[in-house]
Design a protein around this ligand. Sequence first.
Ligand code: ATP
Ligand code: MG
Length: 822
Amino acid sequence: MAESNDTGDRGAAENALSGSPTPRRADDPEARALRGGAESAAGSEGDGAPSPRLRTDFVRAQVEEDNRTGLYGGRVHTRFPPEPNGFLHIGHSKSICLNFGIAEEYGGACNLRFDDTNPETEDMAYVRAAEKDIRWLGFEWDGLFFASDYFEQLYDFAETLIRKGKAYVDSLTEEEIREHRGTVTEPGRPSPYRVRSVEENLDLFRRMRAGEYEDGAHVLRAKIDMASPNMIMRDPVLYRIRHASHYRTADEWCIYPLYDFTHCLSDALEDITHSVCTLEFENNRELYDWVLDEVGYTDPRPHQYEFNRLNLDYTVTSKRKLIPLVEEGRVSGWDDPRMSTLAAFRRRGVTPEAIRAFCDMIGVVKSDSREDLAKLEYAIRDDLNRKAPRVMGVLEPLRVVVTTFPDEETDWLDAPYYPRDVPLEGSRKVPFTREILIERSDFQEDPPKGWRRLAPGWEVRLRYGYVIECEEVVKDDSGRVVELRCSHDPGSRGGSAPDGRKIKGTIHWVSADHALPAEVRLYDRLFTEPDPQAGPEGTDLSDFVNPESLVVAAGARLEPSIAEDDPDTRYQFERLGYFWRDPVDSTADALVFNRIVTLRDTWAKRATQVPEPTAPTKRTEGGTAPRTEAGASRRPSPPTLGPEGQARFDRFRGELGVSHDDARGLAANPVLSRYLDEAVDAGAPAPAAARWLVNELLREAKDTPLESLPVSGVNVAELLSLVADGTLSVGIAREVFADMVGGGGRPFDIVERRGLRQISDDDALSPLIATVVDEHPDEVRRYREGKSALLGFFVGKVMRGSGGKANPERVRALLARALEEV
Ligand code: ATP
Ligand code: MG
């Protein structure tokens, strides 16, 4: 976990921040695009201080109405009620900003209440993590409560209902209760136990509490209306029997109240005024009011209001669905900077101000919506743009020898930290020496039309430095460019040519002698699908993990000035994006930087532009990134397809159902197009084959011409069939693919040779499972005491033990059995 940044932005730049933040210029196209729509204009937030709101919403309107009528005597009391069953995510930040924000704005109070009525999944570690996240966002609660503290009172309320004839003990099974409930078009049928007397109900309920019955033997139900058009009102279950140990109340209870019963009463016990929740609970409001009425709460009592939850493209906002990504090692942990948790945003370097600005921007309404990820990224950039000093770093270095510059000499150049439109001051010295490093992608031997960077015989300006001209290209035996020899114009120190000649491009660079080595982690969206949660329950999200969500530039070099800075400083690396030191892995001797966000919305532009100087190397899936030297990542960038390409594009889209981007990428390249046709002829599903060709083949090919690679469409089809039949996991298939491209051979043979088959065989898995179980006696004990959430911990250990080869579903099943038997 990131321990070091609790107070958020403490960077050197921020310390220099004076006065109010710069408003974005009205002509900024990104700002304009994002501002559109009635719901998206909002007050901008500065350095933590709440700002007056330009816009209100229906919840605030309700608060104002209640203040006007005096319903609560002017009191405003909200609460944020997470269940401690996972880490808080970006979706929660909307609810946090709303609840704490309202309390702040109206001089009220906001409680933090852990809604912890599910013994199986909850844990103190999640409580601590949530507290940390809320404070990091900049909020402090007035009261800290746990629903589990109310168990005794809730029990008394339940007896009250029974005595009033408003609740009964039902002994139908869960299945039978469901059947009796009816459908939206048919009324439900009463349970035969609905007629039990008050005395019998009280007796049974007390014996339920005393532990006389097995799980599922009885439940307590409200007695409302089995024919209600609102299905929730058809005698909802209020209590169930669960012989499980709770993380706070241990074994004190074996009956646990359900959400609908617990929530409204917890609100009432805390004197909450406005209980805001998300729209899925709209139908539960009737029950919320019913319970409070029947128990005897009259106005002024809490009322529930529902707002639209935050759904964000390419992002998962469900704790439950995030858990498997952590457990199966798809990410390095809850705080893996690609995750949607607040812990991950914090570690990545996003500021709390940016998240609050985003929550403000998206607004609070009464109908469901989805947000474009570009909005969040805009908020992050907008915040960093005003704070981050600009420095230089090179992700994939190419050596340049400035032959006309004296050896041994260092020219210390003046370089301001901020551009003119950021009202901050400061500068540092940047050393210029005979050997410098530039971005490999800033040189092309055979530049396309419109190229503005370096090429043989071309001039380019080095930022803050001199104009250089490329005179010689040095290659190694394999033909790879390893060095450029350039001359410099001594009169151009600081940037402009003395004779006034026009220099088209400016590139970033560092001194080879002075630069600091660093690993730079380039993060991108974790999923390839805009709505990864859309699939049916149980869909494996790992199928949608973006293979390029983490690219590591292991051999990056950064300007030396950063060694002097506060480690919390967020920078703009010129032309590359915003970065900061990874608070967990970076050390003074081994710098690790995270890319917080790119400079522009690279996804919107990818299809049409000459690629930006992006980086190198290798994607990784799990937490440990392989450290490899760079090899430029190539993405097809086909602005125009030509008639043949267009025909191929139409066919891939129309006949084969390939996605738009992949079809473009393939159609622009005849060799790739042929591979796709071969793969489809050999039985591969076209969309999947296309994705592999565009993403994997191009990456693995690096600089080698495609036609000289030992790959064929038939091999791609074979690989896909190995994934489809479960022989290979997707992660392992990528390794096989890399081998295919590197050394040739059929996937089937590579799998056999390297022993990569996914292990689904119980006999093979059992020893691994036994080892893991033996090595963790404490966890086994806690699991057996009822901490069934620990199953994921064990699955993760076995997966790692197998080098990722074990079949996670089998592991889960076998472990569940093994743990019962210990
Ligand atoms: P998850 O599926 O992630 O567990 P949840 O709604 O079950 O989500 P809780 O811990 O019960 O999570 O949520 C605490 C509060 O946060 C609730 O009031 C809930 O409505 C709110 N919340 C959760 N997710 C979102 C979201 N995506 N947008 C806005 N509010 C949310
Ligand atoms: Mg919940």
